[in-house]
Design a binder for this molecule. Structure first.
Ligand code: 2YC
Length: 276
């Protein structure tokens, strides 16, 4: 899992309105509508403004990321939640969250970022929520995934979560990872459940890009995609940090790309944690 830097998150609070406006232009859905779409149309509950979300900084391992908790809080607040960052980190922050009657807790160490619903005990994971949110975004951008070929870049945990959802939406997948063993093992697991016609692998990146105009970039930093390889009317859903497209690919894809460091994942986490 790629570790965010302060530079990735520090502008999120100030930019969240513009971000939401751009997301609506590209996908047709606001951040809230996209998150509700993923949580099986959980009815927008007017109680959301009464749902108290405590974001707790964690100093373990490589330490707290300056701006991370504030970014998470600003996304929750933007969506209408009564969200705050605890004054204290770690265990004292957990006690503070309980003392302040938090309904949801959001907390991340170097390896996991989860939301916990203190009412029903539900725990949701950022990686699974991000995968679900980005598959929904790709589907919104291109209309439908049924019988569409999607190139999945990156067969790690994020890519594996996305693969399941893409196949459940009726897509055909081409799996590509720089590590051929990881690529093969995800592909063979998926072939068992979905069949060999729906899951292809073993193609070089150039050939794979020539076969698909829908790209799910779950890679973590290797710049895979050069403009020259990208088909003209490609759509890209890129939860991976940093994005796997180089400058001319980004120019070529224009507005047909969704990429953010936290927003979609956090929005889906919140509504999945609320879930019925
Ligand atoms: O500030 C803090 O509380 C830190 N302990 C947060 C560390 C987050 C590490 N994880 C990440 O940077 C990425 C994010 C995209 C979310 C999941 N992994």
């Amino acid at each position: 899992m790629t570790r965010l830097k302060t530079a990735d998150v520090m502008n999120i609070p100030a930019m969240i309105q513009n971000y939401d406006y751009e997301l609506k232009k590209v996908t047709g859905l606001s951040l809230m509508e996209l998150a509700l779409e993923v949580t099986n149309g959980l009815k927008y509950d007017t109680q959301i403004h009464r749902t108290r979300v405590a974001v707790i900084p964690v100093t373990s391992g490589e330490g707290a990321i300056n701006g991370f908790s504030e970014a998470v809080q600003s996304i929750a607040f933007h969506l209408g939640f009564d969200a705050f960052v605890t004054k204290f980190p770690d265990v004292r922050g957990l006690a503070e969250a309980y003392n302040k009657k938090a309904d949801l807790i959001m907390i991340a160490d170097d390896h996991n970022f989860i939301a916990i619903n203190l009412g029903n005990g539900r725990v949701v994971n950022n990686t699974e929520a991000t995968a679900a949110g980005y598959v929904a975004a790709l589907k919104q951008m291109c209309g439908s995934l049924v019988d569409q070929t999607v190139l999945l870049l990156g067969a790690g945990f994020l890519g594996s979560c996305a693969a399941e959802r893409l196949l459940q939406h009726g897509a055909r997948l081409i799996i590509h990872d720089l590590d051929q063993e990881i690529e093969r093992s995800l592909a063979s697991k998926l072939i068992t459940n979905y069949g060999g016609t729906k899951v292809l692998y073993g193609y070089g990146i150039t050939r794979a890009l020539s076969m698909s105009r829908l790209i799910f970039d779950a890679s973590s930093g290797d710049v895979f995609i050069h403009g020259g390889l990208l088909q003209d009317n490609s759509f890209v859903a890129a939860p991976g940090i940093p994005i796997g497209l180089n400058e001319d690919a980004i120019l070529k894809v224009g507005t047909r790309v969704v990429h953010d460091p936290l927003q979609i994942g956090v929005a889906v986490m919140l509504f999945q944690a609320l879930g019925s």
